[in-house]
Design a protein around this ligand. Sequence first.
Ligand code: HEM
Ligand code: MTE
Ligand code: MO
Length: 432
Amino acid sequence: MRETPRTNNPTQPEFWRSPLRGIRLTSVLGVVLLAGITLVTVTGLLSYAAYNPNLSPVNDKTPDKGLLGFYLFDWPTDPHWLYRLNQGLHVTVGIALIPVLLAKLWSVVPKLFALPPARSLGHALERISLLLLVGGVLFVFLTGVLNVQLEYVFPGSFYPLHFYGSWVFLGAFVVHVALRLPKALRVLRDRHTPDNDDESGDADGDKGGDKGDELVSPRPAEPTLSRRGALGMVGGGSLLLLATTAGQNFDGPLRRTALFAPHGGDEPGSGPNGFQINKTAAARGIRPVDTGAAWRLTLSGPRGDDIRLSRDDLLDLALHSAALPIACVEGWSTSDQWWRGVRLRDLAALAGFDPDRAAPDVLVDSLQLSGAFRRAALRDNQVRDARSLLALQVNGEDLSLDHGYPARIIVPAAPGVLNTKWVSRLDFGELR
Ligand code: HEM
Ligand SMILES: Nc1nc2c(c(=O)[nH]1)N[C@H]1C(S)=C(S)[C@@H](COP(=O)(O)O)O[C@H]1N2
Ligand SMILES: [Mo]
């Protein structure tokens, strides 16, 4: 029996000593990642469609997307909690996957150091795709988490970074899954594939069925944890992140369980306007003189002449109610709030359209002079929906300044970014 040599060189397989590594661990983690990343990918692509990026340059943060916008469709207004569910899943599942992702990378790290860097052209191509896979996944998760935690650390550039980064990662991911899934499934189906919980992987040189499993350490250290224990730790970590994040999608005591979420904790204040605020009026530079008695809403449409309405004029129109949530791209949401105001379709009619025959799109402008989300475009199906309001009140009281007084948009199933606050102008017409 020969003693396996010691080494300080990570390009040598002997350097990596954990007895937990092996194709089984990698396969279990891989299959969990496949399910999780598929869900995060689908909800991410849907979230992009929910912005209506192809409706107007005002909504489009990635004007150079070209073919990557191939699948865009008219985002529906039903069910009214659609975006709340979509984005809650995208962010919560993404965060809960982090321990699984790190464990998967740990399980294959010896292979990333292995030499020679390329044995053949095919091998070289595979290693380049692995670079894009590992770099891509770290980049996409990091930009996502930083955006949620710190809000726009990359001013103005989060969307293009996360969007294009995701497509690079996705390409490499599809290649990786196509190459490895068959093996992973075979390993998981075959109960006799040796793993490191059984006796066959010990250091005495008789590696039995481990032959060919390059992930198994040729010089394993004494185990301090079983593979099942390691998987338990990873799963426990995921559950902990899930339990300390998911609460940001609910109100009251549940929200206070969202310890790591910036929009967890107590709702701001109490009373009818005491629900989560994203950007306050002060943070967006909204001045009290602009929201006082002099405020007017300007409507434009095919009539030509602009129509100007005071808040009292709006209150004299037919008022309607709708119970709708605020659901932010950052993955927090409120439960349904009871909004009251003027239907967008009624305002379209004032501007000269017949929304029953053909509803127009609308470009919404606000009092905010600079910064993100001061303007947004809504599609005809959103204007037509009887629950889409220019809201003046919420939960039986006037809107607070921070929730958009004098008037804000609220649309069913739409992302928060389309629910413009401090509205000043609505231009109805065909946008696309
Ligand atoms: C973001 C996700 C993922 C990353 C970053 C990642 C990364 C890696 C890396 C770097 C390797 C080593 C490649 C080598 O040089 O042989 C590897 C191997 C492997 N991966 Fe993944 N992977 C991911 C997802 C998945 C998924 C979804 C599956 C399952 C379907 C999977 C199954 C495997 C398998 C079976 C191996 C082969 C181990 C071997 O043959 O020794 N991986 N992965
Ligand atoms: N004018 C303006 N409207 C805006 C925003 C903004 O920054 N400026 N933020 C949007 C975003 S990202 C969200 S999630 C919602 C949040 O609404 P709330 O603060 O009333 O909860 O408002 C939207 N409307
Ligand atoms: Mo948002």
